[in-house]
Design a protein around this ligand. Structure first.
Ligand code: GSH
Length: 207
């Protein structure tokens, strides 16, 4: 059976679990990372030299990097739905996934989340939070503009392109921070909340 290593509080693990649930693919999950450890042990680093979660093992095929995992799972277990068959629709989904991982906004949001949820209040770097939040808001404005007039990121249908930013948007909209009104982003988030897989694996209290 397909195995996933990673703790459920990791946003990158959540993306993979959400994708698997959307595809209806059975899997076994093994806690790893932070208090669960394992990710720095030799046997784990032989699978994933970065010592990070998630990692999957699909019948001997080992893969790490959450967005690459989402693409693989979508293509293998949900072709035509999570992984669009139409090349242009797939490229469009890919474009937004790339934008998520290669622009600075994932890192900026991580600075905000990390300081608010993983650092003791007296040790928080509030200047870094302020600057990273301003940067994140700029990226979320771009996403809001893309979503205006669309049900999902690439158009009418939900697909893998919604997964990375859907997970990030849950954090953005639920952290105790000041945000501008982003109506299309909010409406899309509410559409994601209608999906059981999103509610089960991503739309959890932040911790
Ligand atoms: N680019 C990687 C990043 C993976 C990553 O940073 N994982 C974090 C959790 S979100 C991690 O393993 N942190 C160490 C830990 O949990 O012990 C991916 O998308 O999979």
């Amino acid at each position: 059976m397909l195995r996933v290593w990673g703790r459920t509080t990791s946003i990158n693990v959540q993306k993979v679990l959400w994708c698997l649930a959307e595809a209806g693919t059975p899997y076994e999950r093994i806690d790893a990372g932070l208090a669960f450890g394992k990710n720095n042990e030799d046997w784990y680093r032989q699978m994933n030299p970065n010592g990070l979660v998630p990692t999957i093992d699909d019948d001997g095929f080992i893969l790490w990097e959450s967005n690459a995992i989402v693409r693989y799972l979508a293509a293998r277990y949900a072709p035509g739905t999570l992984c669009p068959t139409d090349e242009r629709e797939r490229a469009d989904a890919d474009r937004w996934m790339e934008w998520h991982s290669t622009s600075a906004w994932g890192g900026a949001l991580r600075i905000v989340f990390f300081n608010l949820y993983r650092v003791a209040p007296e040790k928080r770097d509030l200047a870094a939070v302020t600057s990273a939040l301003a940067q994140s808001i700029g990226y979320f404005r771009t996403l809001d503009a893309q979503l205006a007039g669309r049900r999902f990121i690439t158009g009418e249908r939900f697909n893998m392109g919604d997964i990375p930013m859907g997970a990030a948007t849950h954090r953005f909209l639920n952290m105790p921070i000041e945000r501008p009104q982003l109506p299309a982003l909010q409406a899309w988030y509410e559409r994601l909340l209608e999906r059981p897989a999103f509610r089960t694996h991503v739309a959890l209290p932040l911790s």
